[in-house]
Design a binder for this molecule. Structure first.
Ligand code: SF4
Length: 331
């Protein structure tokens, strides 16, 4: 990411990371803000400004640290060192929460967040798993802050519990020599290349995500694959069939021997439709009224019958190519 402007809370300059970022981006314009959660001049922008706003970098202090219980591949969702993202996937879940202000926000009080994580982990009798990447893409953030390698190493030293994160990026080389102690699970989010090209603007190519997964496994990380979100374009069967053939041909034996799958079908919303229509007028329209239905408060999902067909197809493909590997859940 090459930010075009920085918005910052003054207090960040009391933190080492804040000072480092100030030095790193000193040639850019820095605009002081009261609160990273509310920047009126950005909130009032038109939807067509969305791509330009995605190049803004917001730096602040995270004030809320409440863990939310979870029951998929982790026990708790943990607010961590960033929220938002500079990529522009047309379905991004962050747009539901932050609307057009889903730009990348970095929080410099990382010591406070890691210390709570380690303390919570030590207090539990069981070794629990903490999802630290539910609000951003930490591999992308790491290219700016190095926070992820710092977190993996320091959490690993404590040797209690696990951290996990999903990513759509391949910039993982700086993680390969980190002493992770087997305490970090990295889940690569994957889609057919045609969908990446048409929908996941600014993310890594499929083949590079697969190579990254192979390297992470070689470096001893625990790994997973998210087929997410499953998007039922007109030719979806062909696309996902090809995807599983590519995975079967290019994933290493080590990955195949223990990778698990998660499958998440796309949900979409009225807010996405409004922003995408104005910000990306030439992009494909992900809303298809023939196969989607309302899901309360301006949200859409695939009709149950359509989704069942999709699930059956994907389960069959996984069983065909990866008979030994577990599907953790389908949602
Ligand atoms: S990479 Fe993830 S966080 Fe970033 S825009 Fe895409 S879905 Fe959103």
């Amino acid at each position: 990411m090459n930010p075009n402007i920085i918005y910052y809370e003054e207090e960040i300059l009391n933190y080492t990371l804040g000072k480092n970022l100030f030095e790193k981006y000193k040639s850019l314009e820095w605009v002081r803000i009261e609160n990273h959660n509310n920047i009126p001049e950005l909130r009032n922008n038109q939807n067509c400004e969305f791509p330009r706003m995605k190049q803004h970098l917001i730096i602040g202090i995270r004030k809320t640290h409440k863990y939310v219980p979870n029951s998929k591949t982790s026990d708790f969702l943990v607010p961590y060192t960033s929220s938002g993202c500079s990529a522009m996937c047309l379905y991004c879940y962050l747009v539901c929460n932050y609307n057009k202000c889903s730009y990348l926000r970095i929080f410099v009080n990382r010591e406070q967040m890691l210390s709570k994580l380690i303390k919570t982990s030590n207090q539990n009798d069981a070794e629990l798993t903490y999802e630290i990447g539910s609000n951003s893409d930490l591999v992308l953030e790491n290219t700016i802050t190095n926070n992820l390698e710092w977190t993996i190493e320091n959490f690993g030293k404590n040797e209690r519990g696990y951290i996990t994160l999903p990513t759509k990026f391949d910039m993982i080389d700086s993680l390969l020599n980190v002493k992770h102690k087997g305490r970090t699970i990295i889940r690569m989010s994957i889609n057919p290349q045609e969908i990446i090209t048409k929908v996941e603007f600014g993310t890594s190519a499929l083949i590079n995500r697969v190579k990254a997964l192979n390297k992470l496994k070689e470096a001893g990380y625990k790994i997973g694959i998210l087929i997410a979100p499953v998007i039922l374009l007109e030719n979806w069967e062909t696309l996902y069939k090809e995807l599983f053939s590519i995975l079967s041909e290019t994933l290493s034996q080590k990955v195949k021997s223990e990778v698990f799958f998660e499958i998440i079908f796309m949900t979409y919303s009225y807010v996405h439709r409004m922003i995408n229509t104005e910000a990306f007028p030439n992009a494909i329209n992900l809303y298809d009224k023939n196969i989607m239905t309302g899901r309360g408060r301006g949200k859409y999902c695939y009709k149950p019958i359509i989704r069942s067909q999709g699930e059956e197809f994907l389960r069959a493909e996984i069983t065909r190519h990866f008979p030994e590997n577990k599907i953790m859940y389908v949602v």
